[in-house]
Write a protein that binds this ligand. Structure first.
Ligand code: K2U
Ligand code: ZN
Length: 176
């Protein structure tokens, strides 16, 4: 099989990161290749999740692998058209980051556990109950499909400070 390719990750602010993504109409070989490229890009970052809009594809697709234990078998997951069907009353707070907002972290409170349905790469309907980092990650990634970033949960002043710093960083990256 041809080598996979790393995809460039869009940096906030970028209008494509604020769009609501389209449902995947058909799981094509191209979309399966994109999912593989997204997994390779995620591992390389490194990260534990990545959503298609972060690589400029405004479709409802995310990948994740939240296995953190050294030496444990990785568990790459590919979710097409994911939907949250239940959330716990309990919440927990996690210091989140984002590959599209590098070097910025902030506490975000989310439901501690969620139940999610999705289509897998074979087009099979799946359902799973997530807790811990998996729960935080899948919610963070599904937010990306809604054009929502973790900084949208912060107070306006803090969000504006992060956006201004990212604009400065992008200007410096763009300079010849
Ligand atoms: O969507 C992304 O930008 C990938 C994030 C997903 C994520 C953020 C916060 C909490 C869980 C998942 C990257 O994985 S950020 C890097 C990272 C690495 C280990 C643990 C948490 C975050
Ligand atoms: Zn993110």
């Amino acid at each position: 099989m041809m080598a996979m390719s790393l995809r460039p990750i869009l940096l906030h602010p970028d209008p494509r990161l604020k769009k609501v993504c389209e449902p995947v109409a058909e799981i094509t070989p191209e979309l399966r290749r994109l999912a593989d490229d997204m997994l390779e890009t995620m591992y390389e970052a490194p990260g534990v999740g990545l959503a298609a809009p972060q690589v400029g594809v405004l479709q409802r697709l995310l990948v994740m692998d939240c296995v953190k234990e050294e030496g444990a078998a990785p568990r790459p997951m590919v979710l097409f058209n994911p939907e949250v069907t239940w959330v716990s009353d309990e919440t927990n707070v996690y210091e989140e980051g984002c590959l599209s907002i590098p070097e910025h972290y902030a506490d975000v409170e989310r439901p501690a556990e969620v139940r999610v349905t999705w289509l897998d790469p074979d087009g099979k309907l799946r359902e799973e109950h997530f807790d811990g980092l998996w729960s935080t990650c899948v919610q963070h990634e599904i937010d990306h499909l809604e054009g929502k970033l973790f900084i949208d949960y912060l107070k306006p002043l803090k969000r504006q400070m992060i956006t201004r710093k990212m604009q400065k960083m992008k200007r410096e990256l763009a300079r010849p």
